[in-house]
Ligand binder design. Structure first.
Ligand code: E4P
Length: 217
């Protein structure tokens, strides 16, 4: 499963990229707002840090205007993935862009039927939001299983990009289901490294090593 980080914070992206774990980055208008930076500038910088797909979202709601914005976004770098909402106009835009060789991430997906539409429109990635589903008392991961079954039934090449991840269990479940990609906030990716027994074990090893009086030189 590929790991994308869901942030526009370039310090976080740089630090996590050094682990070799990052296969891509997703942003959205809320994350751009949180960064306090110019959209085009920050996205360009992210594309230079991470060679994999970097999602940059259009903010228009009609097809013609989405295409105009997409033209600007796709010129930023070769690894730009244009992100469009799962609407009729969004899917028209998806079809046009992917037919022209541009990667497209269809976002704000909340049902398996919506994911089916995105695959038929040639989406590179579909982003079902699991956390926002959980927030309203629904099992978000259920949708991921349904999409996996549908895509496998018909050999769709669209990659399932699990989004709106809130905690490590979402990551585990995504991998168990066979999602292609997950995108998580930096804090959740950092949580994946952590286990109290790892910390405790390391503490004991270091303490015993000190007692040997040796150094590695
Ligand atoms: C995905 O591309 C979205 O940016 C993101 O995962 C949304 O997550 P949220 O529900 O935590 O805002």
């Amino acid at each position: 499963m590929k790991f994308f980080v869901d942030t526009a914070d370039t310090n976080e992206i740089r630090d996590l990229a050094e682990t070799g774990l990052l296969d891509g980055v997703t942003t959205n208008p809320s994350l751009i707002n949180k960064s306090g930076r110019n959209f085009l500038e920050v996205v360009k910088e992210i594309c230079e840090i991470v060679p994999g797909p970097v999602s940059a979202e259009v903010v228009a709601v009609d097809h013609a205007e989405m295409m105009r914005e997409a033209e600007i976004l796709r010129k930023i770098a070769d690894n730009i993935t244009v992100k469009v909402p799962l609407t009729l106009d969004g899917l028209k835009t998806c079809k046009a862009l992917t037919s022209d060789g541009t990667m497209v991430n269809v976002t704000l997906c909340f049902t398996a039927n919506q994911a089916l539409l995105a695959a038929k429109a040639g989406a590179t990635f579909i982003s079902p939001f699991v956390g926002r589903h959980d927030d309203i008392g629904f099992d978000g991961m259920q949708i991921i299983s349904e999409i996996r079954t549908i895509y496998d039934n018909y050999d769709f090449g669209t990659q399932i990009l699990v989004a709106s991840i809130r905690h490590p269990v979402h990551v585990l479940q995504s991998a168990m289901i066979g999602a292609d990609v997950m995108t998580a906030p930096p804090a959740v990716i950092r949580q994946l490294f952590k286990h109290p027994l790892t910390d405790k074990g390391l503490e004991a090893f270091l303490s015993d090593w000190q007692k040997t009086g040796q150094t590695i030189a």
